[in-house]
Design a binder for this molecule. Structure first.
Ligand SMILES: C[S@@+](CC[C@H](N)C(=O)[O-])C[C@H]1O[C@@H](n2cnc3c(N)ncnc32)[C@H](O)[C@@H]1O
Length: 226
């Protein structure tokens, strides 16, 4: 059984790369670094990437773009990393430190990035999400959230399919539902986070494989405390 699961994971890893390559990571890092450049407090920025992932290309590319723009970024990443992952990742990048979520020390940051993490926690666990966002907003001036909107069964099915392809191999739980715009706005009002910038109509995948318009399914919002 384990053998077949491993085979499926390897196949999905290759299939995802064939389908989207690193396009998602490259595009997201451009969006994130533009926002950080526009709203940075100075030439030095500190960033927490919460749920940075087991292939943390988005934050690595973001860091490279910031560096190319003469911005010195001190970056902390946290996720469910194993001790082996931590040794490997912490030896790879000079200005990026990786921690396990349980050992993560509360510090202060200019930006917290939460990229495609909230729907994996589970939108239905709204109190857990609320408490996490309250905690993270106490650590940082800005909260940058990339996540998904669903509009009905079809968009939900596409998002679940993409999440399965992208995350099953890393044992990340596959969401059942996604945010809708009204729900998200209500939550942010409740926890007193104000939108300072909204990016919508985001295209992350190759049109040849996804001829229908998927742009409405992604959002990137930058929030600040009221
Ligand atoms: C889709 S990946 C996103 C990785 C990266 N941020 C990116 O955008 O490429 C979601 C990550 O959220 C992490 N995560 C953090 N807290 C989680 C939770 N409570 N439940 C599920 N996943 C969680 C997972 O381990 C996973 O690496």
């Amino acid at each position: 059984m384990l053998y077949y699961q491993d085979m499926l994971k390897k196949f999905l890893h290759k299939f995802r790369f064939f389908l989207v390559g690193n396009l998602r990571e490259e595009k997201l890092s451009r969006f994130f670094s533009e926002l950080i450049i526009d709203f940075r407090p100075g030439e030095h920025v500190s960033i927490l990437d919460y749920g940075s992932g087991f292939h943390p290309n988005v934050i690595v590319y973001t860091s490279e773009i910031l560096n190319d723009n003469q911005i010195k970024a001190e970056i902390n990443c946290t996720d469910f990393y194993s001790p082996e992952d931590l040794i490997k990742l912490n030896n790879l990048y000079e200005n990026i430190n990786f921690y396990h979520l349980d050992n993560f020390e509360d510090k202060e940051f200019d930006f917290v990035i939460i990229s495609d993490v909230l729907h994996h926690i589970g939108i239905e666990k709204i109190n857990e999400i609320k408490n996490l966002l309250i905690k993270l907003s106490q650590l940082s001036n800005f909260i940058l959230i990339k996540d998904h909107f669903e509009y009905g069964p079809f968009s939900r099915a596409i998002l679940r399919f993409m999440d399965f392809i992208g995350n099953y191999k890393d044992d990340v739980s596959i969401p059942r539902v996604y945010f809708n715009e009204a729900e998200l706005n209500l939550l942010m009002d409740e926890i007193k986070l104000t939108t300072v910038k909204e990016l919508t109509n985001i295209s992350l995948y190759r049109k040849i494989f996804f001829p229908f318009n998927l742009k409405k399914l992604h959002f990137i919002h930058l929030y600040k405390k009221h």
